[in-house]
Design a protein around this ligand. Sequence first.
Ligand SMILES: Cc1ncc(COP(=O)(O)O)c(C=O)c1O
Length: 446
Amino acid sequence: MTPEELRGEIQTLVAQYHDAAFAASPFVAGETPVPVSGKVFDGHELALLVDASLDFWLTTGRFADAFEPRFAALMGAGAARLCNSGSSANLLAVASLTSITLGDEALAPGDEVITCASGFPTTVTPLYQHGLVPVYVDVDPVTLNLDPTQLEAAIGPRTRGVMVAHTLGNPFDLDAVRALCDRHGLWLVEDCCDAVGSTYRDAPVGSFGALATTSFYPAHHITMGEGGCVLVNQPRLEKVVESFRDWGRDCWCAPGAENTCGRRFGWQLGELPFGYDHKYIYSHLGYNLKLTDMQAAVGLAQLDKLPGFITTRKANWQRLHDGFADLDALDIVLPTPNSDPAWFGFPLLVSDAAGFERFDLVEHLEAAKIATRLVFGGNLLRQPAFAGREHRRIGALPNADAVAERGLWIGCYPGLSAPMIDYTIDVIREFVAAPVIAPRRDRRGR
Ligand SMILES: Cc1ncc(COP(=O)(O)O)c(C=O)c1O
């Protein structure tokens, strides 16, 4: 048999394998787990993954090349550059804004970047890692996004950017943030890791900042297992992002390619001799954050499903919302005005007057096999890793404390069926009607 015929034969078996190995089992309330998130896939993902492995190209290749322009177009972005995680994408975004190619516009150690006190750590950690100073504004507990009324107060003489996430898929107030950035000449980096498919005034998130980032970890809107992407909305940043991702090199050849610039042995840069191989000239202190083509292949199959995923996330959020709307004990997080979120999860705060605490609800739900998550780091400044690091903050951040103390989210991802959601609604409604206070065992410290 020829390699092509064998490939066909293997793919027939892969389809059979998928149907045999991943058949869905019926939902049994109280026994089947109701996860917060997970990968939703069919035989197509497996087929492309095997196709990529049979190529044995291994590094970034034809599947990544096919993914990037399609994803950029879907996100309304100028270009997309894949990397190996959402955290790497955030690291690359910040590193790229320190590029020497940006001259006076480059971020320098000691410059300040405005962010939100409540969120995921790796939206903020690249700032510390680059010697930048985060300026924390409080969170709006209704939307879980940065409080736009604090933005102007956050500006100082060294403020150079805003880097913040669209929390759990809910877009932040882009009118306010874009206006602030335009007024003060600030860089905007949108962390869209949880918000692929969300829109603000009908435009996709990820199209507003100079750079934006996404994650393809299994919990996210589409998955590659591990994976991430930097969306680039300024052409001058495309090569910069690539350079930081690919060892810091000056050369922009794709893996396996040579002499894309047409003068591989015709450059003189730095103190190097004329004609030094461009492949080995480094213009940035870079990383290697590329992903493999197997990951990109899975992502490519997922892209076909993305519109359906987005519709289902919105419908699941709405079903949960309608199931709880009359409960005073729960403060449901609501879409930012002018936005249409492709929700990552269903967030809420246990209200002050609920008669129970978040701890009690979480214990009850977990016992009923309904998974819960907290709103990531809660108030990041209360996290051990953030203690004692240079920062500024606007006020005492009481709402970030409220999110840390009373916030949680449950799932609304496309893998949840209507019976799973209705079971979740029933369990929570019964709990709110007759709360059970869970025993506390104090195990402070390590
Ligand atoms: C807002 C936000 N940013 C960044 C990340 C990091 O993505 P990754 O897990 O792919 O590193 C996450 C992860 O869930 C996230 O929620």
